[in-house]
Design a protein around this ligand. Structure first.
Ligand code: GCW
Length: 678
């Protein structure tokens, strides 16, 4: 590798399994093509075992037929077919490891599984004593890059793009190592450009970039990763010289037909497009009085001829709101814009839905589109780029939050009385609940060209963890953290425990010293890092706390904006009632007096004070824990995280003091514990 960290593929020397006999001979069995993926699987296995254990295994290929390489083909199958093709089994047969699969991607995943077992120093013979089969929970497991072609990254906190520089596409060793890193955790799809498609990026679908994109696609395909591009909805205007992007206009359709034929022919590995339309100034079908479904279907019908899909984002809301207007509610917008056309979206359209109805805050309820849409392909969008969650300065391990999101019961199918039906968010996005044709999960990624890829080494846990969780939503936050630490940082039990003690509570701590009780925002506008209680209060973005001298929070009940009623029962009734609403979302759904008593027994104001003081104190303890690792982990890693912690503590202190002071001044209510407020 070049001048960048190898992260969890560092393959440092391991103590356990050095004499493991079953690793001497490894059989790849099943039916799969002898393609680039297989070649990469062999290479990876040889490299990993040699570097970690000094073993040079004999690799036996026993494929019963040369099926077509899944890397090369583009056909509209289904999510189920994708997941079926990626299944693999690892067992011990006749004294050797047997990795069996029905595609070379399955073999590659099996290899990474085995290398993970070795990397975590688990006993290989025990681990596979009985055969283990792995099937991905989600068909599409995707990363969305918000990289711009000038090399900047929107909401990027780890340097510049490693895909682009000066409007050119960069391809080098790092590109390959990136593919290895993400394939190793199970990612099978990547969107390589920002959803805000502007300037040079609009020309990605022209011959200016075809050659490089085709090369990039080949590299990804060699690791079972599908290439996707974000599309400028108004391409007909911006690069086509037309005066319309009306999805029902025959001229517009004809332009796209020709364009897609060209693009898919020139980039054979391209699997489809992601579209942000009618959102935050981006063009879309609304301009022509058409629906989101009209726009998505027009593109999808044409893409279908090429076996490709259209992923259409649901992040559509009015970003020019008047703060005086208490009826318009940004939280409602996704459901209001997309639910009425449920059933109208064609079957190669997937709606990509952010986890919450607002925008990646540290705590939000789950988007009511999950459970609201019952006839539409759906994907969940989360953000591992820590835009509102510490910007890869403050440690914030997001996997516990993602577990909560996935576990949320939507009651979409089972109804109120059953309540244990197969309709959690995880069930829906796996395709199970509605037997959807396509589905999955995407994360706005946190990578850049920093030495360690993610700014803070510990933020690597979110990249690693997202992939692992996307592949197997049943994994626990704790085991994912442990794997990450063992493979990336250290296998010493004491070190592993200490870092786990830092990662696991970090999200809860961040929430405490920033915006507890679901209130969100209160960040510095534009940068979204650091405290500014009123930063968004009189702005146009629909992001208000509505605090006055008596109370705070947004009334989203039937007496307010009515947002709570977008949920299925019993969720709607629970959220609609201040008595039933869970504390962590109390101020998201209700405008409450400072004296309102929460389920915890504390008043709202006392909760605000306690959470902020505790959150800061706990952050200090995390930093102290990290300091105990000096000399026990690599110096570079130690210094990097240590420096981040210094900035985190400064940030946490500001949040704590500013929020407490603001609410002390405005409410006039003393802290029961008499702590220092300014
Ligand atoms: O939260 C907002 C971000 C924008 C982003 C947008 C989106 C890519 O602040 O930077 O634009 O979300 O998700 O489209």
């Amino acid at each position: 590798m070049g001048n960048y960290a190898k992260l969890w593929l560092n393959y440092s020397s391991k103590k356990n399994n050095k004499d493991c006999k079953v690793l001497k001979k490894i059989v790849f069995s099943g039916s799969f093509a002898d393609d680039k993926i297989l070649e990469n699987a062999k290479k990876e296995l040889s490299l990993g075992l040699k570097d970690m254990l000094g073993i040079e295994p004999q690799i036996i290929i026993s494929s019963d037929g040369n099926t077509q390489s899944c890397a090369a083909k583009r056909e509209l199958t289904s999510g189920k077919a994708i997941a079926d093709s990626e299944v693999y089994t690892i067992s011990i047969k006749d004294g050797s490891i047997d990795i069996s699969a029905v595609s070379s991607t399955g073999i590659l995943y099996g290899v990474f599984n085995l290398l993970r077992t070795v990397g975590c120093e688990k006993d290989v013979e025990k681990e596979y004593a009985s055969a283990k089969t792995f099937r991905p929970s989600n068909p599409l497991r995707m990363l969305n890059h918000w990289d711009n072609m000038d090399g900047s990254i929107e909401r990027g906190y780890s340097g510049r793009s490693f895909f682009y520089e000066n409007d050119e596409i960069i391809i080098n060793n790092r590109t390959v190592d990136y593919a290895r890193l993400i394939a190793s955790v199970g990612i099978n799809a990547v969107v390589i450009n920002n959803v805000n498609v502007k300037q040079a990026a609009s020309y990605m679908i022209t011959d200016r970039y075809f050659e490089k994109l085709a090369q990039l696609g080949e590299i990804f395909a060699g690791y079972g990763i599908g290439l996707y591009l974000s599309l400028n909805y108004a391409s007909t205007i911006e690069i086509g010289g037309m005066d319309s992007a009306d999805p029902l206009d025959e001229g517009v359709k004809a332009w796209w037909k020709e364009k897609m034929a060209e693009v898919f022919a020139k980039i054979p590995t391209l699997k489809g497009f992601l579209v942000k339309a009618d959102s935050e100034g981006r063009p879309g079908p609304f301009t022509y009085g058409r629906t989101q479904a009209d726009g998505a279907n027009m593109l999808a019908d044409i893409a279908k001829e090429h076996g490709a899909i259209i992923i259409w984002r649901c992040f559509v809301y009015n970003c020019r709101q008047d703060w005086r207007d208490k009826k318009t509610d940004r939280a409602r917008a996704g459901y209001d814009n997309f639910k009425p056309m449920d059933g109208d979206y064609h079957d190669n359209v997937i709606l990509q839905i952010k986890n919450g109805p607002m925008d990646f805050q540290i705590r939000e309820p789950i988007s009511p589109l999950f459970g609201g849409l019952t006839k539409t392909n759906q994907m969940l969008e989360v953000q591992i780029a820590q835009e509102y969650t510490g910007q890869q300065i403050d440690v914030c391990y997001l996997i516990p939050m993602f577990k909560e999101i996935l576990g949320f019961k939507t009651y979409a199918k089972s109804g109120k009385d059953i309540g244990n039906g197969d309709d959690t968010v995880a069930d829906i996005i796996s395709g199970k609940t509605f037997d959807s044709r396509f589905s999955g999960i995407a994360a706005v990624t946190n990578t850049g060209n920093d030495f360690n890829w993610t700014g803070d080494y510990l933020a690597g846990a979110n990249l690693f963890g997202f992939g692992r969780l996307a592949f197997d939503t049943g994994l626990e936050s704790d085991e994912i953290a442990e794997e990450f630490i063992r493979m990336t940082i250290s296998n010493e039990d004491g070190v592993v425990d200490t870092i786990k003690e830092i990662l696991l509570p970090s999200r809860a701590i961040y929430e405490k010293y920033t915006c507890p009780l679901g209130i969100g925002w209160m960040v510095k506008p534009a940068t979204h890092y650091g405290c500014s209680v009123d930063g968004y209060e009189y702005d146009r973005w629909g992001t208000y706390h509505r605090a006055d001298h008596l109370g705070l929070g947004v009334d989203r009940t039937d007496k307010g904006t009515g947002y709570a009623l977008q949920y299925n029962e019993p969720n709607a009734s629970i959220y609609n009632s201040p008595a039933a609403c869970p504390d962590e979302l109390a101020l998201f759904f209700h405008h409450l007096p400072y004296t309102h008593v929460l389920h915890s027994g504390k008043t709202v104001i006392q909760h605000i004070y306690d959470a902020h003081f505790e959150g800061y104190d706990e952050a200090v303890k995390l930093a102290e824990k990290w300091e105990t690792l000096k000399g026990k982990v690599d110096d570079g890693i130690f210094e990097n995280v240590s420096e981040r912690f210094k900035r985190q503590l400064y940030n946490a202190k500001e949040w704590c003091d500013q929020v407490n002071t603001y609410f002390h001044r405005i409410s006039g209510i003393e802290d029961e514990k008499g702590r220092e407020i300014w």
